[in-house]
Design a binder for this molecule. Structure first.
Ligand SMILES: C[S@@+](CC[C@H](N)C(=O)[O-])C[C@H]1O[C@@H](n2cnc3c(N)ncnc32)[C@H](O)[C@@H]1O
Length: 311
């Protein structure tokens, strides 16, 4: 990776909110007001998106992305409602960490490219690539890249389950993955309505493990770093994710990995772990307890659940 430039952490971090505002990511609206406004602005497609999202929330196997990415404006409005706080927290943390400027960055499961274009703005000399399996998402992402005049950012349709042979002779210094792997089969799932932390655990020989192994192939030796913020909503799932990373050949950076908390659109506190992992020949195997930021994770969940029950 290149030498870090002279901008201070504060300069980087203070670019997050103006960037998000510039692409149309504001604050939350009250739920009904949001859907009403979406319908007024985008017409009948908004109702179809609402149905698709609620069917998915009820556990149906519905792919909402082609629909919500019908136009860039619709895509951004929906993303803003669901992810604005998560984006602010994640990008602010990312800026504070001040990773050395990469030569090549890969954003997997980039959707409409809002985070990818931020990386492109932050690292103007880097080649930034966003990939997603949703064609409509990639069309939106390309439009956003053009709108922001980002010549260093490009997007490609690519299914993570078919990464073999992708990007030959290319290595990335940074691979970013935010809220993607829970959509890959065999990621441990929260059981809806279980009311407790019961989960269906996947195997290390899962689709997720195969994808991580392919991503590892794309990471530069020695310094190549994968930053993931996945929907590991309890300590057990986090332990599983760390095992998958370790078994692929990644060492978790215990000092950089952290927990991020933010309020979701329902005003509920959510906490997600950010795992920073480095490609290494002899990966250090870590358990959740070895990583200071994660030791408290089960307590955080327990407190959140107590809070939920008290409401
Ligand atoms: C919840 S969205 C997150 C998008 C983006 N990373 C962000 O943080 O805003 C999940 C994205 O992962 C993509 N995705 C899911 N499974 C995928 C796969 N097998 N290959 C590529 N993309 C995938 C979806 O199409 C969707 O755009």
């Amino acid at each position: 990776m290149r030498r870090a430039d002279k901008r201070s952490k504060k300069d980087y971090e203070s670019s997050v909110e103006p960037y998000l505002r510039s692409v149309g990511i504001g604050g939350y609206l009250e739920r009904d007001a949001f859907w009403k406004r979406l319908q007024e602005k985008h017409g009948p497609i908004a109702e179809q998106v609402a149905h698709a999202i609620s069917a998915r929330e009820e556990g149906e196997d519905v792919d909402v992305y082609p629909l919500k990415n019908t136009t860039l404006a619709l895509s951004i409005d929906v993303t803003a409602q669901y992810y604005n706080q998560m984006y602010k927290e994640f990008l602010s943390w990312f800026c504070r960490e001040k990773f050395p400027e990469p030569t090549c960055l890969l954003d997997v499961g980039c959707d409409n490219g809002i985070l990818t274009c931020f990386y492109g703005t932050l690292y103007p000399s880097a080649e930034v690539v966003g990939i997603d399996k949703c064609e409509q998402g990639i069309v939106c992402a390309r439009e956003l890249g053009h709108r922001l005049k980002l010549a260093n950012v490009r997007f490609e349709v690519c299914d993570l389950q078919s990464l073999e042979g992708a990007f030959p002779e290319r290595s990335f210094d940074l691979i970013m993955s935010t809220a993607v792997f829970h959509e890959v089969p065999e990621f441990p799932e929260d059981e809806p309505d279980s009311g407790c932390a019961s989960i269906t655990m996947g195997h290390e020989d899962s689709d997720c493990a195969r994808i991580v192994a392919e991503l590892l192939r794309l990471l530069r030796y020695g310094t190549g770093t994968m930053v993931s913020m996945e929907r590991c909503t309890d300590g057990e799932t986090l332990a599983w994710w760390i095992r998958v990373l370790n078994q692929a050949g990644l060492s978790v950076d215990a000092d950089r990995s952290t927990l991020l908390g933010y309020d979701n659109m329902y005003d509920k506190r959510e906490t997600l772990p950010v795992v920073v992992a480095v490609r290494s020949r002899h990966p250090t195997i870590r358990s959740v307890e070895d990583i200071p930021a994660f030791r408290m994770y089960q307590d955080v969940e327990a407190n959140a659940k107590i809070g939920d029950r008290a409401e």
